[in-house]
Design a protein around this ligand. Sequence first.
Ligand SMILES: CC(C)(COP(=O)(O)OP(=O)(O)OC[C@H]1O[C@@H](n2cnc3c(N)ncnc32)[C@H](O)[C@@H]1OP(=O)(O)O)[C@@H](O)C(=O)NCCC(=O)NCCS
Length: 176
Amino acid sequence: MLEGERIRLRAVEREDLVQLWQHNNDLSVELAGGGDPPMPQAYERLVAEWEEQIRSGGRDGTSFAIEADGVMIGQCALFNEDRTARTYELGITIGDATYWGRGYGQECLRLLLTYAFRHLNVHKVWLRVHASNARAVGSYSACGFVEEGRLRAHVWCDGKYDDLLVMGVLREEWTG
Ligand SMILES: CC(C)(COP(=O)(O)OP(=O)(O)OC[C@H]1O[C@@H](n2cnc3c(N)ncnc32)[C@H](O)[C@@H]1OP(=O)(O)O)[C@@H](O)C(=O)NCCC(=O)NCCS
């Protein structure tokens, strides 16, 4: 649906579930993502969750599969919409580590920001990231996100505490 030079953002399809399952069970991806503590996920459970969402109907909202070289390499999404303030939180995971550090994240972020500001008429996009996740912070900074706050020793990840950064980009700061 959204085309970049090397990537495409589109809906997650049934054929992507195997890749997604592999990403969800990869400890290095889970720790880098830094969300909830890593936990295993059975393929059947992932399929059941996906089928339940399909059964409930509607659209796929603002969640996208990231496709590169014809393969789903990760996911990104705008979520936690505040309809009054017109803000969205952003999340991104490139689950195939061979694509890390090669600018794919920035390409994806720029597509998502364009989508947010141009198509959804959003005022601000923000995100949370572990302070020690230098690659993620670098990718976000390169796309215009600035640090807005730091919660000290706020998250427990991989055997230690880490600061949690809040970063954001306002519509008027967005350069397109
Ligand atoms: C976070 C993520 C989306 C970033 O995408 P990416 O394609 O790997 O990163 P990019 O190549 O676009 O940008 C990385 C930037 O950080 C910089 N950087 C800083 N420290 C770095 C480090 N230790 N390793 C690699 N890059 C680093 C790079 O120089 C680059 O900036 P530049 O282009 O201005 O030189 C991707 O790595 C990912 O999904 N990782 C796993 C899950 C995750 O961490 N999700 C984020 C949770 S908040």
